[in-house]
Design a protein around this ligand. Structure first.
Ligand code: SF4
Length: 200
């Protein structure tokens, strides 16, 4: 069976080259996160949890939500939260919406580490910022379509993107958000929207 990892196949198909390019970028993320985790003596998932907690509202900071967000089991997330709590980087708070669960909040020390560690993305964002605008828009458009397909096929779970939002409408190739009552350009399509409402 032809594989994109076989150079003979890859060299004839643009999509195969893109698959290999995405794998290399995923590797860059892995290396950059690994460097951060070494610097703070944490695991890579613990660093990812801190960064997520720093930039998302409290309703998304429960073990169940984090397990779906990172495609991990609840016990795995709970173990990481336990370590972060022991290191005084997070605190547990009672969940007013559900007495059987709790939400997780960063301490000042945890927030400081999260915001510093999040800067690992600069290594990827800086070269992207140098691309012409039309290339950035084309990349964003292709990647959002790919993420949407992966989500629909059950490969990645939680998505807070326009294409999976009940406020999103597409008419004649134009994107529209009924929440803000405005058309969205390709560059305005969101991947992580705080107002996202899942389609039921
Ligand atoms: S609410 Fe956010 S995610 Fe939903 S369509 Fe509007 S901009 Fe997109």
């Amino acid at each position: 069976m032809p594989s994109p990892f076989d150079p003979n196949t890859q060299n004839h198909l643009t999509e195969s080259k893109i698959v290999v390019a995405l794998e290399r970028i995923a590797e860059a993320f892995r290396v950059l996160l690994w460097n951060e985790s070494k610097a703070y003596n944490l695991s890579t998932i613990q660093i990812q949890l801190l960064i997520f907690l720093a930039y998302h509202d409290q309703a998304k900071c429960s073990v169940s939500y984090l397990a779906r967000e990172f495609n991990m089991t609840k016990p795995t997330i709970s173990d990481s939260i336990k370590v972060l709590k022991e290191k005084k980087l997070v605190e547990k708070h009672d969940n007013p919406a559900d007495s059987r669960s709790y939400t997780i909040k960063l301490t000042a020390k945890g927030h400081n580490i999260a915001t510093h560690a999040a800067a690992f993305s600069t290594a990827i964002e800086t070269p992207l910022s140098k691309l012409p605008d039309n290339q950035k828009q084309a990349m964003l458009s292709g990647l959002t379509s790919l993420i949407y397909d992966l989500n629909r096929n059950g490969i990645i779970t939680v998505q807070r993107m326009c294409y999976t939002c009940s406020h999103y409408r597409a008419t004649e190739g134009k994107h529209y958000c009924s929440l803000i009552n405005a058309q969205l350009t390709t560059g305005q399509i969101r991947l992580d929207c705080p107002e996202h409402a899942s389609v039921v």
